[in-house]
Design a protein around this ligand. Structure first.
Ligand code: MG
Length: 354
């Protein structure tokens, strides 16, 4: 506002009386709009971000609720593996996060920190961490939620590294309501009770020593699909723990929805941190069924993946801009479908401004 007043005074000195009146009216108008936005609109939700409104997310029985105890769900995008030279890392920047928020109305993004494979965190921790932080920082700046995902298929073999990593993340980001921790992307066919659950409890304990409250999401055997095993032996002793459910519509259909519904009925809160489709090609009717199910059960979801790799799950075509700005010609069939779903997802507290 000070800048506007100085500009006004300067302009006043060099203009004719007629122009002075016009400048005065224009400046007062700008000040009025600024004041209105600063003082009045937050109260009615226009200038609030989705995180301003919803605040810290909490688990309440089998639902996720916001700071007003309203049941909420969010829709957005998962980035591709962060691994060096895998191709998806070029989209790990603030411009893409901003584009997804503004053009896709994404209210959540997921940074997928590649771990044990070539070019991942174990090989090159600083490079991968820098990419992840670019997404987390951008999401905080944009006022949307962000998942810090330990994107591993063998996390139990890297417990020490995961512990150190999540401690660092909790120290740096634990005070931000935007942040959600996902401690194990997709375990393979290993025991829930004897391997994954003890690993998760170790990581959860490390996070909770520093950050007492942000939501933590845990995967389950067989690519985060065995939520029935979780339901039979859930993690107790910690608050705000949810479980991931992953599906790819060409393979995972009614049988997985039935299994997930049963887990929900047993009080297990679910979060779809990753899902993929091949788009509206006439051969993928399952996407609608899954989204109906997510809507009915208030399940948040992140679409896999923000990448231009020539594979069915990528949302953009090879060679698309690395800073967003994608018109529909740059979207794949999967990208068009995902955008349609994300953009129209009913999210409490969403506004196009911030
Ligand atoms: Mg916290």
């Amino acid at each position: 506002m000070c800048v506007l007043i100085i500009l006004f005074c300067w302009e006043l000195n060099v203009l004719t009386m007629q122009k002075k009146v016009r400048v005065l009216a224009n400046t007062l108008g700008k000040i009025g709009v600024s004041l209105f936005c600063l003082l009045a609109l937050p109260g009615i939700g226009f200038c609030q971000s989705v995180v301003d409104y919803n605040g810290l997310l909490k688990v309440s029985f089998n639902k996720i609720v916001n700071q007003h105890n309203e049941v909420v769900s969010f829709a957005g995008n998962s980035f591709f593996w962060s691994n060096d030279n895998w191709g998806g890392e070029k989209y790990y920047n603030a411009s893409v996060v901003s584009w997804l928020k503004r053009d896709w109305r994404a209210t959540i993004v997921r940074a997928a920190l590649g771990v044990e494979d070539t070019g991942g965190y174990i090989n090159n921790p600083e490079s991968n961490k820098a990419k992840l932080k670019a997404i987390v920082d951008a999401a905080i700046a944009e006022g949307i939620y962000v998942i810090i995902d330990w994107h591993s298929h063998h996390a139990e073999d890297y417990t020490a590294q995961a512990t150190a990593f999540f401690k660092e993340m909790a120290e740096q980001y634990g005070e931000y309501n935007n942040v959600i921790y996902e401690v194990y992307n997709e375990p393979l066919q290993v025991s829930w009770s004897n391997i994954i659950k003890p690993y998760a409890e170790t990581i959860i304990s490390s996070i909770r020593d520093i950050d007492p409250d942000n939501l933590i999401i845990v995967g389950s055997p067989e690519w985060s699909q065995r939520v029935d095993l979780v339901a039979a032996d859930p993690i107790t002793g910690y608050d705000n723990i949810a479980y991931s459910l992953h599906f790819y519509t060409v393979w995972h259909q009614q049988w997985l929805r039935d299994r997930a519904t049963e887990a929900l009925n047993k009080g297990i809160p679910l979060f779809v941190t990753e899902w993929g489709s091949i788009g509206y090609t006439g051969t993928d009717p399952e996407t609608d069924k899954w989204m109906d199910w997510c809507l009915k059960n208030d399940i948040s979801h992140c679409n896999w993946a923000v990448n231009d790799k020539d594979e069915e799950w990528s949302i953009i075509r090879p060679g698309s801009s690395t800073t967003g700005g994608w018109s529909s010609v740059f979207l794949t069939e999967a990208g068009k479908l995902a955008k349609d779903i994300i953009k129209n997802w009913p999210t409490i507290g969403f506004s196009s401004g911030k």
